[in-house]
Ligand binder design. Structure first.
Ligand SMILES: [Zn+2]
Length: 223
């Protein structure tokens, strides 16, 4: 805790005053252009990975970057947050970002490891489609390769779940919302984006730039 308290002190004494304009503007409202859905894993720092500022990303985080399908019993707060991001904040893009070495996906592959984690096991039922795809399609893989395939397939499964939400389906139909599947590699800091044409995850730097960048970039990494 001491590290956090010292950090707050440093933030208030140096970082906040040096970005007075930004925080002043944010105190009057937010208009993030992106809903960023990722894992709770402490090694994923969305604003750092994307070099975006406070106010740029509306976030959902949970174990396994999961989006329960609309109407599921285990909705949690995800459905309300998605609806708010799209209907109230009018975000233009939704990114689901999985990551390498994901503990939740490892648990999905090894249900026996979840016997003392019944709530996690229950939550991961929202990724049952992922588990079955892996069982049926990736029997030839093991170890890291199997986990990587699971992380990638889960991003695609959760994108499908996302489409079941009425606000999402409606905006997509109107051409007003973009959906993106990413995987962040902890080991290298690289991000891979799903390309529907190639049906695979490719380094994001190889992905054609979109007409409008989803988030403002900044060179200042202190906030
Ligand atoms: Zn994870």
């Amino acid at each position: 805790m001491q590290k956090l308290v010292k950090g707050i002190h440093d933030f208030q004494s140096t970082v906040f005053p040096s970005h007075a304009d930004l925080f002043g503007r944010l105190s009057r409202g937010q208009s993030p252009s992106v809903l960023f859905i990722t894992c709770s894993d402490s090694r994923i720092v969305p604003n750092m990975i994307t070099q975006t500022d406070p106010g740029d990303l509306f976030l959902i985080r949970n174990a396994g970057n999961i989006v329960p399908p609309f109407g599921a019993a285990n909705l949690g707060g995800e459905a309300a947050t998605i609806e708010y991001a799209i209907e109230a904040l009018n975000v233009k893009d939704v990114i689901i970002c999985g990551h390498s070495r994901c503990g939740a996906m490892a648990g999905l592959l090894d249900p026996a490891s979840l016997t003392t984690l019944p709530t996690v096991a229950d939550w991961l039922k929202n990724a049952e489609a992922t588990r079955r795809i892996i069982r049926d399609k990736y029997q030839h893989l093991s170890g890291d390769a199997l986990l990587t395939a699971t992380v990638e397939e889960n991003v695609l499964v959760q994108l499908e779940n996302l489409r079941t939400h009425p606000a999402v389906a409606s905006r997509i139909k109107q051409g007003k919302l973009g959906l993106h599947g990413w995987v962040y590699k902890l080991e290298t800091g690289r991000v891979f984006a799903y390309q529907a044409v190639e049906a695979e995850f490719l380094p994001i730097e190889q992905v054609p730039a979109e007409p409008a960048p989803p988030a403002r970039l900044t060179a200042d990494r202190s906030i």
